[in-house]
Design a protein around this ligand. Structure first.
Ligand code: NAD
Length: 500
């Protein structure tokens, strides 16, 4: 079992990180039971940066056992809310101390820029831990009046051992979004990061240990989806799985839950979000947010505004300005101070996105901008704009999860609402207009879990995030997420000893 020791000497961060890379079970970092490792690849050059211990199904069993023991003894109903809040706040303080180092690890592992990792991902991750620390001592039920001599009340009890599986696009943030409400409510966790980006999860595990969470409350098993992910979804000792990832895998997780113990499942899945720009929009504002909406983090954002609908009166001017904005985005090393876009996460994902670009070309769409690889090392893809697309094209229908926008001209609002909703997804949407009534009317007619008015891709710890249709079920973030981490118990009390 190794440590990840790395010295950063970059324009934006200089410093060293050092943390263990074992499977984290019952408070200890250990070698996986098969003694194998997973290579972690730097997407800027394809080189191996770390080898982390690979978990097996046996390790999942051990993690569940440790999590169950902790639930029954030191956590669950045995840990008062005030203690859970204190430990979560301690973790947030440690994350603040390690803010730059966590950001550097995230940029190195995922390819996102250090600055976006620092001011976006890690900042929101810390906010999320603090937000749920605030809830930890406010998890409470209701008293319900029934009749004289009777009393009923509800208890919001933790569920037990929870499995959590996440994607690689915001590794630390997705992790904190999952673990914070689960811990605040008193559950114990078996957590699986993506095998493509496991480093920040292991780093955070070492901070969780330092913060003083009892052993076994939080466990990390790094491994592939078909082995470790399925072992979690099928496990009879896990009573809930919370998942962030693709719709394809979400479907499989539901199948596994149905086949095993009917565990509760919440899913945060893919999207093909519409971004609707009306004739009276503030053009500069619309161009800026639309660009961010699709090109931020190389477009590897579940809620990315990948279908941009522009009303005919401003179409030409929007396209001109949007193209200029796209050309101005600086592709560069994630540790360059002025880089906006780094590489995509992996060779596999690079091939997938380039495959979509090729399909757009083959289907006859016009590559208005980009459409090629950038550089000859690593996995950069030029920010790409397609025009002259048809609704049946793959690039219009399917989630590409890369820096690829399609721009579609429309005439009237009813038609754009119909087109925007013509998708199996329903994660997010945006509308740009200076008329508040039109904004709210369109926002209410869009079938999506989040709608931004005059902005895009904003996330806040207090605001729920989740999908309609095949973008998932349940909600992450905000007060809403708490309901997915408790069982409600109703207690009936016969105060008056009424006899039957
Ligand atoms: P993915 O579905 O391939 O993998 C996600 C996680 O599931 C990984 O940890 C993976 O190892 C695991 N996994 C794979 N096969 C599994 C199986 N059979 N059983 C259990 N687990 C398995 O997704 P990805 O490529 O990592 O991420 C991209 C996807 O994630 C996109 O579709 C994106 O929209 C989605 N996403 C959604 C949100 C959201 O909040 N809705 C946020 C981020 C990403």
């Amino acid at each position: 079992m190794n440590n990840f020791t790395y010295k950063f000497d970059t324009p934006v961060f200089k410093g060293k990180v050092d943390f263990p890379t074992g499977v984290f079970i019952d408070g200890n970092f250990i070698a996986g039971s098969n003694n194998t490792t997973i290579d972690v690849i730097n997407p800027t050059n394809g080189e191996i940066i770390a080898k982390v211990s690979e978990a097996t199904t046996k390790d999942v069993d051990l993690a569940v056992e440790a999590a169950q023991k902790a639930f029954d003894t030191t956590w669950g109903l045995n840990a008062p809310g005030a203690l859970r809040a204190r430990l979560l706040n301690k973790l947030a303080t440690l994350m603040e101390e390690h803010h730059d180092r966590l950001s550097a690890v995230e940029a190195l592992d995922n390819g996102k820029t250090f600055n976006w990792a620092k001011y976006g991902d890690v900042t929101i991750a810390i906010d999320t831990i603090k937000y749920y620390a605030g809830w930890a001592d406010k998890i409470q039920g209701k008293t319900i009046e029934t009749s004289k001599g009777k009393l009923a009340y509800t208890r919001h009890e933790p569920i037990g051992v929870v499995g959590q599986i996440v994607a690689w696009n915001f590794p630390l943030l997705l992790m904190c979004i999952k673990i914070a409400p689960a811990l605040a409510c008193g559950n114990t966790i078996v957590f699986k990061p993506s095998e493509f980006t496991p480093l920040s999860a292991l780093y955070l595990a070492s901070l969780i240990r330092t913060a003083g969470f009892p052993s076994g409350v939080f466990n990390v098993v790094v491994g592939t989806g078909p082995t470790v992910g399925e072992a979690i979804s099928l496990h009879m000792g896990i009573e809930k799985v919370a998942f962030t990832g693709s719709t394809r895998v979400g479907r499989r997780i539901m199948e596994c839950a149905a086949k095993s113990n009917l565990k509760d499942v919440t899913l945060e899945l893919g999207g093909k979000s519409p971004n609707v720009i009306l004739n009276d929009a503030d053009l500069e504002l619309a161009v800026g947010w639309s660009s961010h909406g699709i090109f931020w983090s190389s477009g590897q954002v579940c809620m990315a505004g990948s279908r941009i609908f522009v009303q005919s009166g401003i179409y030409d001017e929007f396209l001109k300005r949007f193209t200029e904005k796209t050309r101005s985005l600086k592709l560069g090393d994630p540790f360059d101070a002025d880089a906006y876009q780094g590489p995509v996460v992996s060779k596999e994902h690079y091939d997938r996105v380039m495959g979509y670009i090729a399909s757009g070309k083959a289907d006859g769409a016009t590559v208005h901008q980009g459409g090629e690889r950038h550089g000859d090392l690593g996995y950069w893809i030029q920010p790409t704009i397609f025009t002259n697309v048809r609704p049946d094209m793959k690039i219009v229908k399917e989630e590409i999860f890369g820096p690829v926008a399609v721009i579609i001209k429309f005439e009237d609002e009813d038609d754009v609402v119909r087109q925007a909703n013509d998708t199996v997804y329903g994660l997010a949407a945006a509308v740009f207009t200076q008329d508040v009534s039109r904004a709210l009317d369109v926002a209410h007619r869009l079938r999506a879990g989040t709608v931004w008015i005059n902005s895009a891709s904003e996330v806040n710890a207090a605001i729920p995030l989740g999908g309609y249709k095949q973008s998932g079920n349940g909600r992450d973030l905000g007060e809403y997420a708490l309901s997915h981490y408790t069982n409600v118990k109703a207690v009936h009390v016969n105060i008056g000893n009424t006899r039957i």
